[in-house]
Design a protein around this ligand. Structure first.
Ligand code: SAM
Length: 304
């Protein structure tokens, strides 16, 4: 159960979700037909010292575990789709001349280390202190490819001050990424977060995000099954216990539309099939509901 001031490290509560997502990126990276390479994902998972996640990365399932592993296929497909989509988002922002980037709730996202950033790029990473500390220790032997600035904050509180104190320039066009976060925030905290991002956004700034506001048929049942499978595998994660409800939550496309930003939504299934990845009907039914979107504030050099 969540509370307004709860906290976690990488192996507890919401922190485990960062580990799980990294494990899925590591598993994709191992595939011969991988759609992206995140060579830091597996070392991060190993460093967390949670052997069950390492087994999942390597696809090592014991008798009776295969069904549990397969129940994660739609979730993995959605993570792969969003990674491809957001990687392309950053490439487009760079090509448009943007050099300031913010990973909101960066978790174990290793983009600062794995992507080619143009000279002069600054990448801010916001997350809880214990998550950022873990990542800094696990990747201590590697050099980020941009000026990476870790900003330890609780995103339910006044985080803009900490970002500004770390050198964020609100007059510069920025590419924000809000990946895998919104449902872990209470509704009012989501509204405040988006308001704060807009307040810090110069014309030409972009925001990319994902969220899930609509359940597919039978989703509740599948969730319960997945929670049972998680328990069986010893993962200690039940998203239903960690997510805040959908009710009362703004649809982010409408939210940015109303503020005069240009919005572009993508279909995760098309992202995958566009990369040549087959998607089963069951996967399509589940991941097709995920919202993947980009919003661009009009004006600024990057939109010309
Ligand atoms: N964006 C990363 C990715 O896609 O790999 C991490 C996603 S993970 C599912 C969710 C992340 O949100 C975790 O790293 C967690 O610590 C962070 N998070 C959730 N609520 C937060 C809050 N109130 N303050 C700071 N970070 C938060």
């Amino acid at each position: 159960m969540r509370s307004d001031d709860d906290s976690w490290d990488i192996t507890s509560s919401v922190g485990v979700t960062a580990l799980g997502v990294a494990a899925m990126r590591a598993a994709e990276t191992r595939r011969p037909d991988a759609l992206f390479a995140d060579p830091f994902a597996e070392p991060l998972v190993v460093a967390a010292g949670a052997p069950v996640w390492s087994r999942i990365v390597r696809g090592e399932f014991g008798p009776g575990e295969q069904e549990a592993a397969e129940s994660y296929a739609p979730l993995i497909a959605s993570i792969v789709a969003r990674t491809c989509y957001f990687d392309a988002y950053f490439a487009a922002a760079e090509a448009a001349g943007i050099r300031q980037f913010v990973l909101v709730a960066s978790g174990l996202d290793a983009r600062a280390y794995r992507m080619e950033w143009p000279a002069g790029s600054v990448v801010f990473e916001l997350d809880l202190p214990a998550v950022l500390d873990f990542k800094a220790a696990a990747l201590a032997g590697y050099q980020p490819r941009a000026d990476r600035r870790a900003v330890p904050v609780d995103l339910r509180q006044d985080w803009p001050k900490a970002l500004l104190d770390n050198g964020f320039d609100p007059a510069a066009e920025t590419a924000w990424l809000v990946e895998g976060l919104l449902r872990y925030l209470p509704v009012d905290a989501q509204d405040r977060l988006l308001d704060d991002i807009v307040a810090l956004s110069a014309p030409g700034t972009r925001v990319a995000l994902n969220t899930l506001l609509e359940q597919s048929e039978g989703a509740g049942e599948r969730r319960r099954e997945r929670a049972a499978h998680s328990a069986h595998l010893g993962l200690g994660i039940d998203l239903d216990q960690l997510f805040y409800p959908i009710e009362g939550r703004a649809h982010p496309v409408e939210w940015f539309d109303r503020r005069g930003w240009s919005t572009f939504a993508a279909d995760p299934v098309e992202v995958l099939t566009g990369h040549g990845r087959a998607v089963t009907t069951a996967e399509a039914e589940e991941i097709g509901r995920h919202i993947l979107m980009t919003a661009i504030r009009p004006g600024g050099d990057s939109t010309r």
